[in-house]
Design a protein around this ligand. Structure first.
Ligand code: PLP
Length: 389
């Protein structure tokens, strides 16, 4: 252990399961540790570095904006913020007209919860079992897993959980107090479980019929991850609120909530000091422009398909199921995934868990095909019986 690893352990709260390596730099889908060892990064900072590490356009935008103006609260107009807001509305599903900018995924969910309560005058939400929406108290109240919730009770009342992909259970849980239904399009932290197409469309129709708001949390699925710019574009979906973060800033902390005209928020009812600062807006603009210019959603679809065709899931004893949508990939094992994640790291491949038995891959959308081949070969080796020798 180097001195600064010891220092981080000494002074940091012990919140993260450390993986025993220190990353010092990155370029596209590769990161290097302090010893110069190279890794193919299929974590991308938990799905953040969609445009790859140290993207030249992003670096240039950050440097030039940093030299101009870093901070500027929402009380003052700012060109970068205006451009980002316009861009987000232009690229998002039709009907989303207004933007709230913040700094993280959980803040975007937090804001959506408040906006839904304010706009409807109602208190309750229906969310999905296995869903994940963040760690602040509102977003945590919407998150199902007792592992995250239990130590923080009592949470905000009025959140009801139903099995994902079950429309009848939603119907049973709607009451006069229901403000909104909030779902992920693909449950990411819950193990990479895509929604059935007809499910989300039925939820949307139900929301219309019952005059309930429909909130989609695309914090993880947004910005090309699933092979479309937004995962809801795989279906005919027009949410009232769309929560975004992670890849929006290419690695710089940014969050956003896009709102339809049914969302009405009076002056001063919500706010943020850092949200929409010019540096974050410049990062998000550069990141989105790069994503669009290089057809990264399309690339994500093709590369995800390539992975699914080449990875021999059905020939590997240990694999229960491969779930893949674009470059959002979950390999469910018949046993715990952690030993394999550790082994892959030793082999120079960084992957994520999602729950206890799933290996999750969220590589930069710019990952090269040869790198995908290396990932596939390493996974195959690790998950075949020979790896136990
Ligand atoms: N919503 C979803 C779907 C997520 O996957 C996450 C994080 O993984 C969050 C919200 C919370 O985002 P953050 O960690 O930026 O607060």
């Amino acid at each position: 252990m180097t001195d600064f690893e010891k220092i981080e352990d000494q002074y940091g709260l012990n919140l993260f399961q450390k993986r025993g390596i220190t990353l010092v730099k990155g370029k596209n889908a590769i990161v290097w540790d302090k010893n110069g060892k190279e890794y193919i990064d299929c974590t991308a900072g938990h799905g953040v570095a969609g445009i790859g590490h140290a993207n030249d356009d992003l670096v240039a935008a950050l440097s030039s904006q940093a030299a101009k103006l870093i901070t500027c609260t929402g009380s003052f107009y700012n060109e970068e913020r205006a451009k980002l807001m316009k861009k987000l509305v232009e690229i998002s599903p039709k009907g989303l007209e207004k933007v709230f900018l913040c700094n993280s995924g959980t803040e975007s969910v937090e804001a959506a919860i408040k906006f839904a309560r304010l706009s409807t005058g109602k208190t309750d939400f229906i969310c999905a079992m296995r869903g994940f929406h963040g760690r602040t108290l509102g977003a945590l109240s919407a998150t199902h897993n007792p592992k995250y919730r239990n130590d923080f009770q009592p949470l905000i009342p009025g959140f009801h959980f139903v099995p994902f992909n079950n429309i009848e259970k939603i119907k049973e849980n709607i009451t006069d107090a229901t403000a909104a239904i909030m779902l992920e399009v693909v449950q990411g932290e819950g193990g990479v479980h895509p929604a059935n197409p007809e499910y989300l469309e039925k939820v949307q129709a139900l929301c219309k019929e019952k005059e309930i708001l429909f909130i989609l949390d695309e914090v993880q699925t947004g910005f090309g991850r699933t092979g479309r710019l937004f995962a809801c574009e795989h279906y005919n979906l027009k949410p009232d609120l769309l929560c975004l973060s992670k890849a929006i800033g290419g690695g710089f902390p940014v969050g956003a909530v896009l709102c339809s005209s049914s969302i009405n928020i009076a002056l001063g009812k919500h706010g943020t000091t850092f949200g929409g600062n010019p540096l974050a807006c410049a990062a998000a603009l550069a990141s989105i422009n790069f994503l669009l210019k290089n057809d990264l959603p399309e690339q994500s679809a093709k590369k995800g398909q390539y992975f699914a065709e080449k990875f021999p899931a059905d020939k590997l004893e240990k694999v229960r199921e491969l779930r893949q949508i674009g470059l959002m990939i979950g390999i469910e094992l018949k046993e715990k995934s952690q030993p394999y994640i550790t082994k892959l790291q030793e082999m120079g491949i960084l992957v994520l868990p999602a729950g206890v038995t799933v290996i999750r891959l969220l590589p930069p959308l710019t990952i090269e095909y040869e790198q995908l081949d290396t990932v596939i070969n390493s996974l195959t080796k690790v998950l075949s019986n020979q790896s136990e020798d």
